[in-house]
Design a protein around this ligand. Structure first.
Ligand SMILES: *Cc1c(COP(=O)(O)O)cnc(C)c1O
Length: 217
């Protein structure tokens, strides 16, 4: 089933758009099945789960952190992740910089944008993103490579469209600023419910869980 779902997605998604398998609550066996079927990026939300999965999954993949990251957990994860998509504060950026410096690594990061301006949600407000990007760009052991957004979770993917549009506009505006050390190339938007709309609005990295693995138990 996982293989069929992935083949269908890979056939549907246009060239230049990367499929990340959002693997929270999935077993290492399920993750390996996804990689065998052609997924190149594994998204993980939880530190302990990610460490265990990374330990057991032997097939090659790029690991992206896509959950809320607490500063006290950064040290544990910088070695195994290839990208952190959810940087939303200078404090967190500084901690990633420090921990990567200690192991001689430069971490690609995305700035998470709270495009729906939801008070309880993670992410920096759209109007505060450029300032954070400018500050993060000065840190030597991380590299800002784009933006990530969730958008408000609604049943109707059309309702997510304005938030994807706003994030894409911010992405383009930031690229035009030409901030030294910043390379705006990844725009991570879209999940099972919303990936089609997100791709229409410029996403080049979709994070899909349910449509790959089935409903979470
Ligand atoms: C769970 C999750 C996804 C995937 O959600 P689905 O609706 O299962 O596709 C994508 N992004 C993030 C950050 C997630 O936590």
């Amino acid at each position: 089933m996982i293989r069929d779902n992935i083949e269908q997605l890979l056939a549907e998604i246009p060239e230049g758009v990367e499929l990340a398998a959002a693997a929270k609550a999935r077993t290492p066996e399920e993750i390996e099945e996804a990689i065998e079927a052609g997924v190149r990026v594994i998204g993980e939300n939880y530190v302990q789960e990610a460490l265990a999965a990374h330990d057991q999954v032997k097939l090659p993949a790029r690991w992206h952190f896509i959950g809320h990251l607490q500063t006290n957990k950064v040290r544990k994860i910088v070695e195994i992740f290839d990208m952190i998509q959810t940087v939303d504060s200078l404090r967190l950026a500084r901690e990633i910089d420090k921990r990567c410096g200690a192991i001689g690594k430069v971490m690609p990061i995305l700035i998470e944008v709270n495009s729906g301006r939801e008070p309880q949600k993670c992410g920096v407000l759209p109007e505060e993103a450029v300032e954070l990007i400018g500050e993060a760009a000065l840190l030597p052991n991380l590299k800002v490579e784009g933006l990530m957004t969730m958008g408000p979770l609604t049943g109707d993917p059309e309702l997510a469209r304005p938030y994807f549009v706003e994030t894409r506009n911010l992405f383009e505006k930031t690229a035009e600023l030409g901030i030294p050390g910043v390379e705006m190339k990844v725009l991570s938007m879209g999940m099972t419910n919303s990936y089609r709309v997100a791709i229409e609005e410029g996403s080049n990295l979709v994070r899909i869980g349910t449509k790959i693995f089935g409903p979470r138990g």
